[in-house]
Design a protein around this ligand. Structure first.
Ligand SMILES: [Ca+2]
Length: 392
């Protein structure tokens, strides 16, 4: 999903339409890169470069390009049957190019972002969806060790509970983006991953619908993420992330689990910094981790001024809008959410949505005084995460 480069800690948010917003919220691992590849694997498109392979390609050349992709697929061992079923309908999609070019990146504040992505109606729907789907969510939660509210939060943010999934033919969208050329290698790999999905029998070619950027289904997985994290929740042998919520919940929970989720911890909490707080302590790198009690001893408190729990929970301090803005003490699970999507804002919205749907609401917009209920659980062993983009 992630097309734009939303760098860690950089408050650059896509502000275009729905399709473009979807493109900001996704997982993109590819078979040739470690499963830890952060969500935003697609390199940024240089601003102002809007050419079809730097103007070297005319859309009239698209059919020949498709033939070359077909040869590449055969060479990679994709079956003729899969190629026949998927290549038959591939077409150049003008609107894919237009959507990609129309992404506007603009700096907005965290509160602007949260107001936009966490409206009251969405929180209310999240609460209802949690109740309505409790048996299926509990099943996925028990199997993968991920609390139901985080599955619901990702479901809410990625596809508005399955309602907005995108209707593009994924093969056409990915082939068009590969042809366009700015991120040809990335989209070619995703195209090949999409072929592998059909070849594996986990999904049929007619199921392969997604956003203009190739993000599929209710969890908006890029094809490579589907291959890495897709899970069969209802045991029918298919992984239907488009229509089957058992599969959607299992795949979402499996993603988090594979990326190190700790089922006995939350994501973090909003805090208040002391007046003399050293801004250099903020950040998500490995060496910026300190036990929660360290932050407590520095004078960090809960937003209402009450003391933080003095625990050994691994914790990082982040101030997305710099130290004059809101501050959050976040735990390992927060960094796992950032594997899904590298945007700090996105990860915070997931944490807040998860809290909100269970009634333990972090104020969405600053200034509210609702106490935060998210007390750190006892610390887990200090083993390094198996995969980690935060080293340094
Ligand atoms: Ca299934």
């Amino acid at each position: 999903m992630k097309l734009s480069a939303l760098a860690v800690l950089t408050p650059l948010i896509i502000l275009s339409g729905c399709a473009a917003q979807k493109a900001t919220s996704g997982q993109t691992t590819t078979p040739s890169t470690p499963a830890t590849q952060p969500a935003a694997a697609a390199p940024a498109a240089p601003s102002g470069k809007t050419s079809l392979a730097e103007q070297g390609r005319d859309p009239a050349e698209f059919p020949a390009y498709i033939e070359q992709l077909k040869a590449q697929a055969l060479a990679q061992g994709i079956s003729q049957q899969t190629i026949d079923s998927t290549f038959a309908n591939i077409h150049f999609v003008d609107r894919v190019i237009n959507s990609d070019r129309n992404q506007l990146e603009k700096k907005i504040t965290l509160d602007d972002y949260l107001t936009r992505v966490l409206p009251e109606w969405k929180i209310k729907q999240g609460q209802e969806q949690l109740q309505n789907n409790l048996p299926a969510l509990t099943k996925a939660s028990d199997r993968y060790g991920v609390q139901p509210q985080f599955i619901v939060a990702l479901w809410a943010m990625e596809s508005s509970f399955g309602k907005i999934q995108g209707k593009e033919d994924v093969f056409s969208a990915l082939a068009t983006l590969a042809f366009e050329g700015r991120r040809e290698a990335f989209f070619t790999k995703e195209f090949m991953s999409a072929l592998k999905i059909v070849d594996s029998g986990k999904a049929s070619s007619d199921m392969m619908k997604g956003s203009w950027a190739g993000a599929m289904g209710q969890s908006q997985f890029m094809p490579s993420s589907y291959l890495t994290y897709g899970a069969d929740g209802n045991g029918d042998g298919k992984i239907d992330i488009w229509k089957n919520t058992d599969d959607v919940f299992a795949s979402t929970a499996n993603y988090l689990s594979k990326e190190g989720w700790k089922g006995d911890q939350g994501w973090g909490q909003e805090v208040k910094l002391p007046a003399n707080f050293d801004g250099n302590l903020t950040g998500l790198k490995n060496n910026q981790m300190h036990p929660a009690r360290y932050w407590q001893q520095l004078g960090v408190t809960q937003v209402d001024g009450s003391p933080l729990a003095s625990t050994a929970t691994r914790a990082w301090m982040i101030t997305p809008d710099d130290t004059q803005g809101r501050a959050f003490l976040v735990y390992d699970n927060f960094r796992t959410i950032m594997h899904w999507n590298r945007s700090t804002y996105f990860a915070l919205s997931i944490g807040m949505m998860a809290d909100a749907v269970t009634g333990a609401q972090t104020p969405v917009v600053s200034g509210a005084t609702t106490p935060v209920q998210n007390i750190p659980a006892p610390s887990a062993p200090l083993a390094p995460a198996p995969h980690n983009p935060f080293s340094g």
